[in-house]
Design a protein around this ligand. Structure first.
Ligand code: AKB
Length: 336
């Protein structure tokens, strides 16, 4: 007998930590975690099984398929934008082939148990590409269907996987009439940069915000790799986790756009430096621009339009820039 479960890939990553805690607190189905690294000791009590394995390894996925009856997949495993520029082929394999493997697992599962499998995909503002010479401040907040010209491998991977997800959702919905009721209920959020008080990102380009805050909290000087006036959208990790659970809980017929922008605030790097200096007296932040990473952030919008998420699933960020520091980052970092 297969056991009911939900599957989280990239379980040991930044987002995996928060999501697994939230899912286990909500008391739903048992959670199976999959990651290339062993899950941290603190995560293990929330998992019914912690599998060390690669999403590119069909044997691992076959074993999950044969032992579990999966109702939802949260596919978080990915190589982030800076890392992907260094290893574009590996990024393509992990980010695209890996996602296709998980979508196929969702199809197999839905076909075998006859119910829809919900599939959450964390997309990114990296799917956008603002061409050189266009003023980001004049464009303002961009909506889901504008400027879809990603300029990084990671952005291309994320955009293609969004399309694959929508394809799987539509294709199997069409077949459902003849072939039973199996469906892949694909839902994606295009995340801005995420800031966590507990974990640090690795290999991303929005990492400068987290790195600046954590360095200040630890009393280390920090060289920020983008220019002071650089602005992009961000949000706190707890808001991001809440957004995932709210989108996944929304009735299917209300979220048929399937791909949503969200954000909470869009400070410049100088705004971040000022906030860090205010909350961590003695913090030292300098600017030492990395032209390659600067070019990546320059291609991303400085703001996104989240009105579709507000309309379809009543999305509302919990923290603005000031309260992110006062209510969440400073107390949680100090406690940690
Ligand atoms: C990255 O910097 O690569 C990610 C992202 C914005 O998707 N944090």
């Amino acid at each position: 007998m297969r056991k009911p479960a939900i599957l989280v890939t990239g379980a040991n990553g930044e987002m995996g930590h928060g999501l697994i805690r939230a899912l286990s607190q909500s008391g739903g189905q048992p959670i199976v975690g999959l990651d290339i690294q062993e899950a941290d000791a603190g995560l293990k009590p929330a998992l019914t099984e912690s599998i060390i394995g690669n999403i590119l390894d069909q044997n691992v996925l076959d074993s999950i398929n044969s032992r579990y009856e999966i109702s939802a997949i949260y596919h978080l495993a990915a190589l982030l934008s800076t890392r992907a520029e260094f290893s574009p082929q590996i990024a393509h394999q992990v980010n695209v082939d890996g996602t296709l493997n998980l979508l196929s697992l969702a199809v197999d599962q839905a076909r075998s148990h006859g119910r829809a499998v919900k599939f959450f995909f964390p997309s990114s503002i990296a799917v956008y590409g603002i061409p050189d010479g266009i003023s980001k401040s004049e464009i303002g907040a961009i909506s889901e269907d504008q400027y879809l010209f990603p300029q990084t491998m990671y952005g291309c991977n994320k955009r293609y996987c969004e399309l694959l997800g929508v394809y799987h959702a539509r294709h199997y919905q069409r077949l459902a009439a003849d072939a039973g009721t199996f469906r892949v209920d694909f839902r994606a959020i295009r995340f801005p940069g995420l800031i966590s008080a507990v974990t640090q990102p690795a290999g991303g380009t929005s990492d400068y915000a987290s790195e600046m805050i954590h360095a200040a909290a630890e009393g280390r000087p920090y060289d920020c790799f983008v220019r002071e006036e650089t602005a992009m959208p961000f949000m706190t990790m707890p808001d991001a986790i809440r957004a995932i659970t709210e989108l996944m809980d929304a009735p299917a017929d209300e979220v048929d756009q399937r791909i949503y922008n969200i954000r909470a605030f869009n400070p410049t790097a100088a705004d971040l430096k000022r906030a860090v200096e205010r909350h961590f007296p003695g913090a030292v932040v300098n600017f030492d621009v990395d032209p390659n990473r600067q070019a990546i952030v320059d291609s991303w919008p400085s703001d996104v339009d989240q009105s579709a998420a507000q309309r379809d699933w009543q999305w509302k960020p919990g923290d603005d820039f000031d309260s992110a520091f006062v209510r969440y980052l400073v107390p949680a970092i100090k406690a940690h």
